[in-house]
Design a protein around this ligand. Structure first.
Ligand code: ZN
Length: 435
């Protein structure tokens, strides 16, 4: 196994597995970051794409599948294995990235996902991808379709197993089914985004949100919720609806300003059995705006409402138009539900300062700004220990990827304490041998 991306960072997930003469790629994520380096990393693969036998995609977030167009343009023609929901969501995400790409990252090259060789495999099915290698997906509980990949193969008369978690979901937030325990393996490749961290519990999330929504309603303002369109938006909407129905939140109109989220909602609806069973009766409706004009019209109405808009870190997306209208309105509030990168506008909003700068001018920051961590789609420290615990005793090596160094180190330390014999945080381009 060679770690080619998301090693000591959280972007551009990509790992190469070599089994005999077979070469499999786990994830093909787009790298985000500084322009020149990013363009080079996304367009120059450290292997010849033509020589790959197959690609396995853990889930449809762009940092896990967004570089497939480059791979196919450079000659990869083999099968792309993923769950059926991941295939459906990836088609939407890749089309959206292609549309936004020329504005956002000029390294993103479009390639129609309909021309890619997708092979959907449902959860808990063994599938022979070659004479010697079996593939099985297990529910990772992170977003719809997200999977833990389990590869089983024989070498020199022994059977070996490699498990790749992709992104793992959290327990105790009943919306998607909870993540499955990580299957034991000779090598487990595990994410570590929130190692050493603890998310708010569901009760804390409800209490925090209730306080800010009630306060905003009393002042006659609007609640703005910037959220990433795939994953976060669906979880936030689910709990807004449920808590309004149950009287935990006051009943307010719920609007969504994200054409991408509207497309994703249709896919989520078509996979009803992926969700915990909850009665839908009495849930307040959600209205998706059809155009920026409609969004602006509603945003300027005097009535209080909850408005969820694309742009988790307020670095772009539909949320920007609403921030321009309401950031200097002391009646309004902004609820941040995503990780805020250090220099993002979202991080600036959280600082105790009277003003922020964006779109070339200084804005008064008179709206209330609140951060609620629990809507994360990622496992926290306790979740990792619980999900990996059952693999203790039957697991050889664990390698932690998809985390900044302090988070990965915090998780590695506790896994070693639990008794896992060989835990490490690899650098990019480092190799590990399984057999
Ligand atoms: Zn993800």
């Amino acid at each position: 196994m060679t770690f080619l991306g998301a090693a000591q960072c959280v972007t551009g997930s990509m790992h190469l597995v070599e089994i005999g003469s077979q070469r499999l790629l786990l994830d093909c994520g787009l790298v985000r970051g500084h322009r020149d380096e990013v363009r080079y990393r996304n367009t120059s693969f450290p292997f010849d794409p033509v020589t790959l036998d197959a690609v396995i995609i853990s889930h449809a977030h762009i940092d896990h599948c967004g570089n497939l167009p480059n791979l196919v343009r450079q000659g990869f023609r083999g099968p792309i294995y993923c769950t059926p929901a991941t295939r459906d969501l990836a088609a939407i995400m890749l089309a959206d990235a292609a549309e936004e790409g020329p504005k956002k990252d000029d390294d993103f090259l479009a390639y129609p996902s309909s021309l890619m060789n997708w092979v959907p495999i449902p959860y808990e099915h063994d599938f022979a991808i070659s004479d010697n290698v079996q593939l099985r997906f297990v529910d990772a509980g992170h977003i719809l379709g997200s999977a833990i990949t389990v590869l089983t193969f024989r070498h020199a008369g022994r059977t070996y197993r490699v498990t790749f978690t992709g992104d793992l979901g959290r327990r105790g937030v009943p919306f998607l089914r909870p993540p499955s325990p990580v299957p034991a393996a000779d090598l487990i490749l595990c994410e570590s985004t929130y190692g050493g961290r603890r998310h708010d519990t569901l009760e804390m999330m409800a209490a925090k949100l209730s306080k800010v929504v009630r306060g905003t309603l009393e002042r006659g303002g609007k609640v703005l919720v910037p959220a990433f369109s795939l994953g976060r938006t669906q979880v936030v909407l689910h709990f807004l609806q449920r808590w309004m129905r149950d009287g935990i939140l006051p009943r307010l109109p719920i609007y969504v300003d994200s054409p991408l989220a509207a497309h994703i909602a249709a896919v989520y609806q078509s996979y009803g059995d992926a969700f915990e069973h909850l009665p839908a009766a009495g849930l307040p409706p959600v209205h998706y705006f059809r155009s920026p004009e409609e969004a602006r019209e509603v945003s300027m109405l005097p009535e209080p409402c909850v408005l969820v808009a694309s742009g988790g870190m307020c670095e772009g997306g539909r949320i920007m138009a609403h921030l321009r209208l309401h950031l200097d309105d002391p009646r309004c509030s902004i609820v941040l539900v995503s990780y805020q990168a250090p220099h993002s506008l979202g991080a600036q909003l959280l600082q105790l300062r009277p003003t922020v700068r964006f779109h070339g001018r200084t804005w008064n920051k008179w709206a209330e700004v609140v951060s609620i961590s629990g809507f994360s789609g990622h496992a926290d420290h306790e979740d990792f220990l619980a999900l990996l615990g059952p693999a203790l005793g039957a697991t050889g090596k664990i390698r932690l990827v998809h985390g900044e160094p302090p988070q990965a180190a915090a998780l590695a330390a506790d896994l070693q304490k639990m008794g896992f014999p060989d835990v490490a945080v690899p650098c990019r381009e480092e190799h590990v041998m399984v057999a």
